[in-house]
Design a protein around this ligand. Sequence first.
Ligand code: ZN
Length: 326
Amino acid sequence: MRFGDLPKPKPQKGEVLIKVKAAALNHLDLHLSSAKLNIPLPHVSGSDVAGEVAEINGASRLKIGQAVVVNPAIPCGKCARCEKGLSCEIVTIFGYKTPGGFAEYVIAPISQVYPMPKNLSFVEAAAFPLTFLTAWHMLVGRANLQKDETVFIWGASGGLGSVAIQIAKYLGARVIAAAKDEEDAKKVKAIGADEVVIYTRGNTVEEVKKANGGKLVDVVFESVGAKTWARTLAMLRPHGRVVIAGTTSGEMASQDLSDIYYFQQTILGSRMGTPEEFEQILKLVGEGKLKPIIDKIFPLRNLNEAIKRLEESKQIGKVVIEVGNT
Ligand SMILES: [Zn+2]
């Protein structure tokens, strides 16, 4: 990532120009900065943006200077599912295929821009959209997690996992969270996990059963992939569901398919979420029922340091870039 100057973007019809105040990092930014992705350069990444409306081109209820937050899931508006009001087949992620928020100014479609909840700072507002939407769609939209069910959450101290704990608790489910060591365990407990299993020692599946009164779990929340998949399926009860929205440890895993049909298990893929889900989250965050968790704040100039923190998996909650203090 390089820090430098680009021309100030100009909003086209139906777009808003936002003066960025804060933008949070996601695992996606690591992909963008390392992998051989076919995106035109120079690219500005940053999918989670909070800022002030600087310019509006088109009809909108937004006002100049208003504090806003961007819904990072941009539906295509044309596919069969979009027409039925369901989650889009080919949703575009803001800051991935479009210029993102690690900049002084960014453009967003009017329909993606929402008034920022008044109880939040810009940093807090930048810290919730992508992970909250992703975790909500995984647990509610896809896995249909029920009150009194038990969910096991991998990556529980990370940006996505820490949110999943909060959402699962809000839904009334019982949470068993994965932690890498004792210190990590304390942190995920503080976020709200009922039980913690340290996955770096012993037999994870046996530990999970022990934490669940001798039973396998109803739902597994996956975003780790290759390193955890075998344990994920082994801890899942017959008729249980796995919901997956990421493969941070690698994408190739092997699977005994006979287990899937014999135990009638369901594997659910999940990606981003619907506009209705985003509005629901906005409401719950605004009411203080779900809270963004901030790990560390960096100035825009030090974006590479922030990326390094994410690479080292040291963060609890979100790493956020504050723009303006560069
Ligand atoms: Zn669509």
